[in-house]
Unconditional design. Structure first.
Length: 388
């Protein structure tokens, strides 16, 4: 490798959700004296404009998150042309569509090192049998085009091996991290509640993310029919947008919850207004990390979450949050009510969640480990993992 800065491309399907924020963090915070980092992505999400405004080097790829064959092929051609023209030392691909097309393009262009981050499996439960088998076959076929896999928790690393997608020696575990803000003050909480139009006597449960099947928002809405019947001060605030928004709003109206549930869309001020909540709820059907959970923990919020995949590992213990059965509106309702009806428990869990975020999930720790990984990839071979 040359003695100048290592050229790294972050190639992702789109800058949606936690995956997009993760890529943005890497591009913004990797040591610029050592790494020349740029992003390539399909447009369509609010973070696109932020990347442009901050003049982060970037390229637009003409693909979408939807399974559109024409857009996929066209975007794959864009990725191939970019890699052929720019000659990167490391290509770090994210998400399923970019994961396939990007790795194939990197192989064709003989990119020295290719890393894939597992933000979600293409093959998973809740899919038709044939779809699941085809996606799993594609994931396994991509192993020959991959030098290392980055996973955010040990449990996902073990799933990569159990699914026979790859072998343990290719897996590196690097948990997400974030720039932990100061603990929110009472004044900040009051201001956040004012911005959310919450009265002092209201109890706010919040959730954030893409409004897609994975996030289980419909179960959360149905749970709130029970919650509202048993606690008339409870409110549900949904931050985010996506293809299911209209149907979720219709479900809310069907259940007579239009005055209880608020759809607030994407918010640029989410880190500040999270402190106005009383409880954060993650109702995912599957989840490789749940970056929104980390944001909530950093803002000293107690968690109610479904017991899936990495979520128990992120929360760490019952002192930080309550785990409930997935895909069950009844279990969600009971978990939310138990938290809302016990202020002492909420405050204790909030303090524990904040401490865990401060000690285990800092931005500095995450960035340092990626810098080491890229350096290893540019040298002899990726470092071995300790997930097995």
């Amino acid at each position: 490798m040359k003695n100048d800065r290592m050229r790294v491309l972050q190639l992702i399907t789109s800058l949606a959700g936690g995956a997009g924020w993760h890529v943005y963090q890497l591009a913004r915070h990797l040591d610029r004296s050592r790494f020349d980092v740029s992003i390539a992505f399909g447009r369509g999400y609010p973070l696109d404009d932020r990347v442009a405004a901050e003049e982060i080097p970037h390229h637009v790829i003409r693909w979408t998150r939807r399974l559109d064959p024409v857009a996929t092929v066209r975007g794959g051609w864009d990725a191939y042309q970019l890699l052929k023209r720019e000659r990167f030392d490391v290509v770090h691909v994210h998400c399923s569509l970019a994961g396939v097309m990007g790795r194939l393009a990197a192989t064709l262009c003989r990119v020295p090192s290719v890393l894939f981050s597992v933000h979600a499996f293409a093959s998973r439960d809740y899919q038709p049998w044939l779809t699941k088998r085809l996606f799993l076959a594609a994931e396994r076929a991509m192993d020959r085009h991959t030098d290392a896999y980055c996973v955010f928790t040990g449990v996902i690393g073990r799933q990569v091996v159990a699914k026979r997608i790859s072998s343990p020696e290719k897996i590196v575990v690097i948990p997400h991290g974030m720039d932990i803000p100061p603990a929110p003050s009472r004044a900040q909480r009051r201001l956040a509640r004012e911005r959310l139009n919450l009265r002092d006597d209201e109890l706010a449960v919040g959730t954030s993310g893409r409004l897609e099947k994975q996030k289980g928002i419909v179960q959360q809405i149905r749970a709130f029919r029970t919650v509202a019947d048993r606690n008339d001060r409870a409110r549900l605030l949904i931050f985010g947008d996506g293809p299911l928004r209209r149907s979720l709003e219709n479900e809310s109206r069907r259940l007579g919850l239009q005055n209880v549930i608020r759809f607030l869309g994407w918010r640029n001020d989410l880190p500040e207004i999270l402190s106005g909540l009383d409880v954060f709820c993650l109702s995912s059907l599957w989840e490789t990390f749940g970056y929104s959970t980390l944001e909530a923990m950093a803002m000293a919020l107690p968690i109610v979450a479904t017991n899936v995949d990495s979520t128990p590992e992120v929360i760490g213990s019952e002192s930080c949050g309550l785990l409930v059965e997935p895909a069950s509106s009844g279990a969600l309702a009971e978990g939310i009510l138990s938290m809302l009806n016990d202020p002492e428990r909420r405050h204790s869990m909030a303090d524990a969640a904040r401490r865990r975020a401060e000690t285990e999930f800092t931005l500095q720790r995450m960035i340092s480990r990626y810098e080491d990984l890229y350096t290893d990839l540019g040298g002899v071979r990726p470092r071995r993992s300790h997930v097995i």
